[in-house]
Design a protein around this ligand. Sequence first.
Ligand code: AMP
Length: 545
Amino acid sequence: MLFKEFALICDRLEGISGRLEMIDVVAGVLPSLDDSELPLFVRFVMGRIFPDWSPLKLGIGPNLLYEAIAAVAGIRKEAVVDAVNRTGDPGKATEELLAVKTQMSFFTESFTLSDVYREFEQMAQEEGKRSQRGKIGSVRKLLANAEPREGRYLARLLMGELRIGIGEGNVRDSIAKAFGVPATDVEHAFQANNDLGETAVLARKGPEALRSVEIGIFRPVRLMLAQQGTLGEMVADHGAVAAEFKYDGSRFQFHRKGEKVMVYSRKLEEVTNALPDVIRALLPATSHDVILDGEAVAEKDGRPMPFQFVLRRFRRKYDVESKAGEIRLVPYVFDILLRDGQTLIDLPYTERRKILEETLSDHVAPHVVSGEVKELEAFYQRALDAGHEGIMVKALQSPYSPGVRGRMWAKIKPEVDTLDLAVIGAEWGEGRRASLFGSFLLAAGDSGELVPVAKVATGISEEMLSALFEIFREKVISREGKEVRFEPGEVFEVGYSEIQASPNYPGGFTLRFPRFIRLRDDKGIGEIDTLDTIRYRYRRQQKSG
Ligand code: AMP
């Protein structure tokens, strides 16, 4: 398939708001693709290039893209930044600039999906000092040969977000429809192999091929997630349940085969080298080949440290050992997904727990099992007294469902009204904070758009401010005066005293006394709260006030 045709399909999808119609369009295209281009199409249409489990990352930031656009369009980089600011979208900006490009190329090549993918792969493999130049060269080559519409989607792909509103669920259903297989089989394969692209190829072979997919060591599995819940509901729904502390650390997935170990983060990035202490703790605790799921907590002299210490360690690539000396990351393991080649995710919690206890001699997170709300409440109180955020309550009969935020795992914590919002910009701080971002602009979701709703500056410690600066400095896509905009991707949990109607915000609402609670490193911007939720809470507040 030519990339030109892909761009045309995306353009069509962008104009469709109905889910079913979108599925029809994608399902109509899939059967015509061969086995080499089918996975590429499936991933590209979701704005992804490599499978989620793959260690390959493009490593291209907005600045590099703007430089390449400037070179191809024969203008200054500042003009590209202006266009991005004006349109709010690197894709639209690229399209406009390519339409008027002065550096006309007479012989443009038509790229296929495979050509484009090969170029991406090469970019991802560029390493070392000269890698930036090589990457710019590749982006220039692609853009110089692109028609304006192709440019729109190339730029968005490079930034990791296609903005056509087709998520994983829709693509899964499109695959099922295209090849006449049950969506549940597609889901199973996807949960195990963590790549809808490869899953589409298996779907063409039939349901058997999908059902026989197993999880594999060194291919990270998406994590099972939790919903907010109450003890009463959980006991009413499931009877006896298991309760564990809810640790305030960072999720990790530990893979071991023989002496080889890999550790992955919540977002499935490889963080092995950042966590020597976690590995030192777990290696002697088992002699089996395993995939384990747990939370790493920062501790100093046996006492838990705030979350930002964990965050720093997870993102740190250098000087790990000296940092590891001061503050230790201690693993608490609460699940096992695979042992000695046997996939365990379909077993109920109770059986996995038993295997976990037999497999790991240390670092298993303690738990209680009970059907008595009173007993669970006592455990909850113990958790809060010990300084934990709350507890996690898990249904005993539940399998491990990768990537699912369902009702089988519930987090129980003190009731506070909070929202999870996308961080889309910031203002430079003042005084002592002048070299850091001081306040952050937050947005809620609204039919795939990000709508600004608040600025938050309160509740962020000095330590956290500099940790956040390290993260966000690489995400700046534009600057104007004291304000910067970020490529959206990170999520903040914020508290507030009430929701206010406000003409100053495009969604019509803002938060009174917003305060930072934490960086949600477990959530992507597809999972943020919506303007609808804010409207709903506003109405509820009007009624009760
Ligand atoms: P939340 O971040 O509030 O949505 O809670 C879910 C997160 O809590 C998970 O993604 C884990 O990182 C973390 N967590 C802490 N303790 C546990 C536990 N015992 N079981 C599962 N997740 C846990």
